[in-house]
Design a binder for this molecule. Sequence first.
Ligand SMILES: [Fe+2]
Length: 175
Amino acid sequence: MASLADLFKTDKAEGLSELFVAQLKDIYWAENKLTEALPQMEAAATSEELKSGLRKHLAETEGQISRLEQVFTLIGVEAEGIKCEAMAGLVEEGQDIVSETQSGTLTRDAGIIAACQKVEHYEIASYGTLTAWAKILGYEEVSHLLHATLQEEEATDMTLTHLAETFVNASAMVE
Ligand SMILES: [Fe+2]
């Protein structure tokens, strides 16, 4: 019996590669959306720690966009985004949190961290899948590029957890 990987290499390869391209366009749109949303979150945040974390992730996001552009070039597809409804919703949720919390409070930071972690988890799921699919489709170099971004998203998620655990959540409790 053929393994799943064998199936993808043969008759299913076309379907999977179409899906791969569609998902790439989705995350490309999502990353571009984040370059608009991250500065807004940074402006709304209270603590310098969170502000600098968001600034760092904005710079990383710009690098991730160039990496995606390299991926598009490598597979010979024009780089273009297709609206990612999930990311649009997650960003909107982050904006709601900002408008529901007081400026200058750590409660707001706790909320922003929660919203950003939801975004990171969406990205981790996306890049994890894309990395695996690239490998199955035989795109070695593409898979390495996507994996590099996956690791950055995982590190950002951990940084946010650390920030929340070290001071934001506890301080927000006493506000
Ligand atoms: Fe990202």
